[in-house]
Design a protein around this ligand. Structure first.
Ligand SMILES: Cc1cc2nc3c(=O)[nH]c(=O)nc-3n(C[C@H](O)[C@H](O)[C@H](O)COP(=O)(O)OP(=O)(O)OC[C@H]3O[C@@H](n4cnc5c(N)ncnc54)[C@H](O)[C@@H]3O)c2cc1C
Length: 313
């Protein structure tokens, strides 16, 4: 009997309706399980939520806003999320880092155009990035998987040489200019690790490679659209014979009380089955998010096309 057929008809509870919880629920529902997603908050979506917080006509993301790894996600690639309303907006500039002299360095889709903007560090950037961009699908499947025997050990080893040390170590040795160091260091800071911590270079490389391979898109309508598409797709699975879809319960206070402090997206085989030690789980470091109302037509220094605001105008 295949693993999927062993799951069919059994009941599962997914704690947390963030993007990971909904993705887990969809995979379980597709395996034929009867899935219930439990959510403590009044609205579903976890970090992928949006709301009208300021002026009329503006939608603000409450947490995540730009989604390179959603666009590159092998899990999302297997789901018909476009059919459920998810549309990606690709800005012409993924990221820009202003420098003290008033100029800026920019990360764009093209490796060559990005390297050209890094002056004396252009060749070092190209040398580091281009081979990994060329093998991006193989590299991504290697780094997203749990510990395993790698299918592409040399590629993963190359990535490890660049990614395992701290961001400050790698980017000050690899680059000479403030621009290249600032660009990669700023991208690495997304991990919320201190930049002198081991492994803090990794997120800098992953997001930079993703910018070249898949872009740094945002969902039209805000991050909530990721949640809406995942939830709609999850509900639709109930229409498939022998496969039951998840039920979204916006206020699951009982689950929140039972497993407070549990990792988000925890999948329980049955209600109340909290694995030992789950209650001691420590969440990661917090982060601040600041929103502003952007005027259309803001232009970066080095690359011509106007930067779009959150609505894609
Ligand atoms: C400030 C900030 C900005 C970010 N910006 C980006 C970005 O721009 N792009 C990007 O890709 N990522 C970004 N991230 C990271 C992104 O938000 C997370 O990686 C993503 O939300 C994780 O999804 P998740 O499903 O694992 O958890 P979450 O999105 O955190 O969802 C967890 C859900 O579980 C619920 N929950 C928890 N415990 C219980 C319980 N006991 N009972 C019931 N429900 C429970 C919570 O209420 C929540 O709804 C950002 C993170 C932060 C903090």
């Amino acid at each position: 009997m295949s693993p999927a057929s062993r799951l069919a008809g059994r009941e599962a509870f997914v704690v947390g309706s963030g993007p990971n919880g909904l993705t887990a629920a969809i995979l379980l529902a597709r395996a034929g399980m009867v899935v219930t997603v439990l959510e403590a908050q009044p609205t579903i979506g976890g970090g992928a939520r949006s709301a009208a917080l300021t002026l009329p006509g503006f939608t603000h993301d409450l947490c995540s806003a730009v989604h390179p790894l959603a666009a590159a996600s092998p899990a999302f690639a297997q789901m018909p999320l476009a059919d459920y309303g998810l549309e990606w907006i690709h800005p012409p500039v993924a990221a820009a880092h202003p420098l003290d002299d008033g100029s800026a360095v920019t990360l764009v889709r093209s490796v060559d155009a990005t390297a050209d903007g890094l002056a004396a560090d252009g060749e070092a950037y190209r040398h580091a990035v281009a081979p990994m961009v060329a093998r991006w699908p193989d590299l991504l499947s290697g780094i997203l998987a749990p510990p395993h025997l790698p299918a592409h050990p040399l590629l993963l080893a190359r990535f490890g040489v660049y990614a395992l040390p701290s961001a400050s170590f790698v980017f000050t040795r690899l680059f000479r200019t403030a621009g290249a160091r600032a660009l990669l260091g700023g991208v690495a800071a997304h991990s919320i690790l201190p930049l002198d911590a081991w492994g803090s270079a990794a997120m800098g490389w992953v997001l930079t490679l993703a910018a070249h391979a898949a872009g740094w898109p945002m969902p039209r309508g805000g991050a909530q659209q990721i949640t809406a598409a995942l939830a709609s797709y999850l509900r639709s699975l109930s229409g498939i014979p022998a496969r039951r879809a998840g039920v979204l319960r916006p206020r699951a206070a009982r689950a929140a009380a039972n497993c407070g402090g549990a990792p988000a997206g925890l999948v329980l085989p049955q209600a109340g089955a909290i694995p030992p030690g789950t209650g001691r789980f420590q969440s990661g470091l917090g982060a601040e998010c600041a929103d502003s109302l952007a005027q259309p037509g803001v232009r970066p220094r080095r690359h011509g096309p106007p930067v779009r605001n959150a609505r894609g105008d």
